[in-house]
Every structure is written in C-alpha cells, then in structure tokens.
Write a protein that binds this ligand. Sequence first.
Ligand code: IVH
Length: 669
Amino acid sequence: MTAEEAKSAIEQLSAKIRHYNHQYYQNSVSEVSDYEFDQLLEQLVQLEEQYPQYRYPDSPSQRVGGTITKDFEPVYHTYPMLSLSNTYSEEELTEFDQRVTRSLPAQAYEYFCELKFDGVAISLRYEDGLLTLAATRGDGVRGDDITANAKTIRSLPLRVKADNLPPTFEVRGEVFMPRSVFDQLNQEREASSEALLANPRNTTSGTLKMQDSSVVAQRKLDCYLYSLATDGIHVETHQKAIAQLEKWGFQVSPTYRKCESIEEVFRYINDWEEKRRELPLDTDGIVIKVNSTQQQKLLGSTAKSPRWAIAYKYKTQSAVTVLRNITYQVGRTGAITPVANLEPVALAGTVVKRASLYNADEIDRLGIRCGDTVSVEKGGEIIPKITGVDTSRRAAQSQPIQYITHCPECNTSLIRQEGEAVHFCPNQTGCPPQIKGRIEHFIQRNAMNIDSMGKETVALFYEQGLVQNADDLYHLSFDDIYALEGFKEQATQNILNGIEASKQIPFPRVLFALGIRYVGRTVAEKLAEHFSSIDLLAIASHEQLIEVPEIGERIAQSVLEYFSDPENQQLVSELKQAGLQFSLQIDNQNSENQVLSGKTFVVSGVFEQFSREEIKEKIKLHGGKVLSSVSAKLDFLLAGTNMGPAKRKKAESLDVQIISEGDFLAMLD
Ligand code: IVH
C-alpha cells in the first residue's frame, strides 16, 4: 500500500466508523454488530500505526485508547464547577420555590427538571470544534486532566461540526458506567474470585483515573451532558442550551421536562420515582433548574452552589426484616465472606433473602445478632446491604456474634493478616472449595475455555480423585472419564477435545487462568505484554513489577508471593510440560523486520526526524519493547536533545547503552 492509498483508506475507515457511531448514539440505530464495529476500529488502529503521519487528532481510533498517563496534570477550570444544595423533602423544595419567587419579584419563571445522574462530573473544552481538554471536578476550581481517558467514551464527540460554532466552549456533564456494564464486570470478577466493585459510581471514578486508556476503553463508560458554557453565544434558556447540545451531537438524557410551576415539578418527581429504575444508569434524585439564563444570573450563586438550582434526592428504598443466621463462604483464594440469611422481604421489585456482610469488621460495626430486626437497603450496590439494627426489638437471650475461628469447610484455623479486613483459610492444598474453585477458574471461558466441563464435572473429578490441580486435567485419559457414571463416549471425547484445544490459548489468558490473587484479566494482559514470558515474569523484582502501568504494591506483592511458592513453581512447570502457551507469540505477519525483537528501550528527549510517539511506534513495529524508566535490565536509552541529565546519569551508572537517533535508524537497517 502506498502512503497515498493508506491516507485514503484511513479517511474512509474513519468516516465509516464516525457514521456508525453517529447512527448508534444520535439515532439509536445499530447498522453493524459490536464485533464488526470493533474490527473496523482495529483496522484503523493498525493502519495508523504504520502511517502515524495520518493519525488525526479527532481520529475514532482514540476510542480504543493506548495512551499511558503517569500523572494527571492539574488544570484550572475556566468557570468554577459548583455543587448543588440538596433537599430530601417536599417542604424544603417548596421553600426553595418561595425563595426564587421572592428573589424575582413580579416575574414569571419556569423550571427545567432533569434527573440527577449518579456518576462523576466532567468538564470538556472544545476549541475550533475539537475536544482539547477533559477535566474532573477536583475541588471545583482545579481538577485533573483526564483527556486521553475521556476520549474513549464513544458517545462523546471528538470533533463538533456545525455552522456558527463558537471558537471555544465548555460543556459539562456526568460520566457514568451503565448498570449492565457494571454487572458484567462484577460477574467476571466474581468468576475470578476478585473483590467485587462496590457500585457503578465509584467504579467510574476509579476508571477515569486509570493510567492506561486502553483499559478505560474496555470499561465502556458513557456520558450525559447537561450544561453549556460559552462567552461566544448567548442562549436565553437552559432548555435552548440543551437543544443546542443535542444538535451538536452531544448525548443528552431524554428524561428532562420543562415545568411551569412547582406543582409540575412535584409531578415530575413522582413520575420518575419508579420509572428511573428502567434507565440504563443509577440516578439518585432530580435537579431543578430555573430555566431563564438571565434569571439565573439575577439569582446568582453562593461560594458553593447556585441559588437557581437545587437537587431533590429520592429516599433510598429500605425494608425491615429479621436476620436468621450467618453463613460463611470460602472463595478460591481462601477468603472468607460472611453472608446474612434473612427472612425473605420484598424490596424495590425483588425478594431479598441474603445480604453481604463483607467481613468481621462490618459485623462489629453493625453490632448485629442473630434474630435481630434489621433494615436492608438497595442503593447502587448489587447485593442489598444491612444498614441498621433495631435493638429495641432484640430478644433478651440473644448473644453477640462470635466470628468463626476455623474454616467451615476444612476446619483449618483461619488467619487474618495485619491491615487486612478479610479472614483467610490458609489450607490452599487441602480445602475443597479452594481446590475446586481454582480448577473452575482455570477452565472458565475467559481463561482456558474448556467449556465442555462445568462446575459439576470439576466437583465429580475432584471427588473421584482424578484432579487435584489444574495440571491433572492434562493427564486424564479416555478411560478415566468414560468409567464415570453418566459419561458416554461423546461427552468424554468432548472433554478431552476441550482440554487439548486449551493448549492453544494465548499466554495472557493462561496467566489469568493460574488464578494469582489480584491478577484479573486486564492485569494478566498487562503483565504478559510487559514481560512477554512466564520465565521473565517469575524472576521480575518488585521494582520491575510496579513499573508496569496499573500494577501497584498489592498486585506486585501477590505476584512475588505466587512465584516464590514451590507448589506454584511445580504447577507452572507441569503445565509447561503439558504444552500450554507460556510466552507471547511474536506476530510475524508484520511487514516490518523484527530486528529489535527482545530489546528494550527508553525513549527520551526531542528527535529530528520523528516525534517521540513515532519512534516508540517504530520500536514496537520492529519487535522491540518500550519501557518507561531506566533500570539495570534496560538495553538502550534512546536519547534525543533536551534529555534530562538525571536519566543519562542513571543510564551511565547502570552501564546501559545510550544511543542517538542516527544509531537507532542504523539498527533498523
Ligand atoms: S447541574 C452548579 N445537572 O450533581 C452545578 N448536575 O452536586 C450544576 N449532577 O457535580 C450541576 N446530574 O456531578 C447538574 N442533571 C444534572 C446532574 C448534575 C448529576 C451532579 C454533578 C454535580 C453534582 C452537584
């Protein structure tokens, strides 16, 4: 493909993707499947990698991320991001209305009502139609620059095209994680015994501050816009501002309503109290805004919040029931989770029978006892929570709960590490739910994908003494399985085929399948990509581990512990012998030669012929790896002009070879 052809292919692909995106978000029409859409994006990313000169600032490829942000730069907001005063009662809302009437003597006014979206506030700046800055609220005056992460939100226009567009404008709204995405994420985490995420709001907030925007892209965040700020054009009402946002292609929740009186506002509140649960995101109330922008100015703001708007919060739904008893579950990692078993009670459309108690501290905090009358609430969380105890109804003979000291499954003494809230059963090799849990995790779809086996098969194989560890699966014979009750020839063969096929599963998924604590799918991908083989990962130091984006102390510690355990070393060695993939396959379809294969680079300073990003792309295209900091294991420091002296000094002291742009290009030849 010539450069000209690549340019035209990139432009055509981009136009196509933009069209599908527009159809999906503005017209609610899916013209292609998610898979086809992702394929198109992938093609675009690949082409742009080869021809970085045609990567435009508003390319849809930014939706897939790829930027690593080590530190989020602070940014000052052009207009402060205020908050809203809250009310929980109709009386207070009536008082708000009376204050507005008093402050606008003899004037008619209208309200504009919206739902209060339970997410994270964001401010977006557009210059010449191009999204140039996305910032968090921070303290209202100064937030963090999260532009790369915000660009992965597919409903957010990267460029606005319209006649008479103000040269710069800011829009504000709420980033959220749709409930369906959140539930899916938690299902995956549950399957891999990772701690469940508390609610979509906290998850959104954590996601927006992730270092690697490609991980953010996978989290499928979304955004509703609810305000427009510009000095360039005057909009008379909030309603018109909202209409303008919609016209420019911003996603606005269609749940708003203009209300002529406070009575109409009450109707709106009433109408949405139940209906809001059908929306794709959590909402916790409504926002009432005076519609006229001129009247908003007259009403003004306090230091914290505008006087022209107020939030009315819905009361969280709760129910009263009785705590029957507490049972304790043992997870794959040995973590103990106490579960409250309740007298069934109807709450927000479902019957609640169980509530999570998280850990011993939570039981102490609540001070609950078996037989107590308790309140349960369903907020943003998936599992209902016990929020209070009515001690006045406590039976005289009731006793405080004694947290278990021994594993309910294998009777081993539980341990609780310092600083940890959770108790663990340390009997990894002898505790049945841990053994079965590890194998179930190993075979699951996102790991080794041995889908011809299920939970029941694992339990049966374990009980029959056929499998104790994942590697035992690879020693199963036809006769072993066929001899079991209920296994005919076909079912037996399917299981063996599934096990055989799993030998082709790529390294990142094999790494995930090992079930290292805190190493979920994404972390496994990051580690695999960075270290490229299990041998290099197994000898990585703490320092090298935390150098990888998204890898913190906790994960690094867990990886170190995993590989220092002789049982795990044995398992990995057995699995290797069985023929599993324990290193990344180098993609040889790449048209470029792979002369840099296995070599590591740190790129620093300014270069003559290429931008820093282009140089990094070149390294990757030729099979090399780009690291972010100089260490003794680094092969080359590629130094441009203006490189900081500290880096050079460190490289010199560690005997790392320092090369110039010219040296680098010579290496490629
Ligand atoms: S308008 C002056 N409209 O609520 C503040 N805010 O406590 C103007 N929020 O930080 C905000 N839904 O994150 C507005 N429809 C909506 C909203 C909304 C949620 C959040 C927003 C803001 C917080 C205010």
